[in-house]
Design a protein around this ligand. Sequence first.
Ligand code: NAP
Length: 251
Amino acid sequence: MELFNLKGKTAIITGANTGLGQAICVAYAKAGANIVAVARRDCDETKALVEKTGSKFLFIKADLSSTAAIPSIIDGSVKEFGSADILVNNAGMILRCDAVDVTEEDWNKVIDLNQNVVFFLSQAFAKYNIMAKRPAKIINICSMLSYQGGIRVPAYTASKSAILGLTRALCNEWAKYNINVNGIAPGYIETNNTKQIQEDKDRYDSILDRIPQGRWGKPEDIVGAAIFLASDASNYVNGFTIAVDGGWLSR
Ligand code: NAP
């Protein structure tokens, strides 16, 4: 189990207040990491869950709709814990709309959060670790729509497909600095992100029918892959995105 130990590591997780981000914070805390929780809203529930494990917790309030907060995230982590070893680019949004009706404003909102901030936060994180000569791990939360087209979510699909490509591109540049850049592509998981389709019973059931494992995922289903990719167990895994989808992509 030593291979999966995160003791002494500091993990920055964006979108830490709820859903997958919260589950990853708690799992990393249980594995021994200091947690830097980044969110635009208060993170009291995540804080309580993390502190119950005995791990340390820092909250950085940041709206990631632009790159403005990026320096405060890396500086905050280093100032509090002396390092920034793991970055999980988890914050993301989805806007459902027919492609012919998508406004430029809505398109940019999704691309800014899901794609542009992912790149520039990763860049700042890598710059710090390259200068500090420290090994590091970046984990991008991708999607089934990194592989498929989806329905009525063109900006989401564009951004999630982009970050799968970015995962490969950044691996090629940063592997030589001992920075691993990998992704997780969750299948259909019950969180706020999928609330609209969970509430549409026909849609929920038709998705369910297509999942070989016969159930939607829970946030806790993601944490095994997230710990693996953050830990020494994955030191020679680089540029790859792991699907955690109950078999969805195999259909
Ligand atoms: P979620 O509950 O909607 O979580 C999204 C997180 O991103 C929330 O913490 C949200 O904060 C945060 N966020 C949104 N806009 C932000 C902004 N401008 N600045 C800072 N934070 C912002 O859904 P989730 O399922 O846990 O999503 C986590 C990631 O998984 C996303 O990247 C999503 O695309 C991806 N994903 C989810 C699924 C799924 O089935 N659930 C499948 C594939 C991929 P607020 O709570 O304040 O909105």
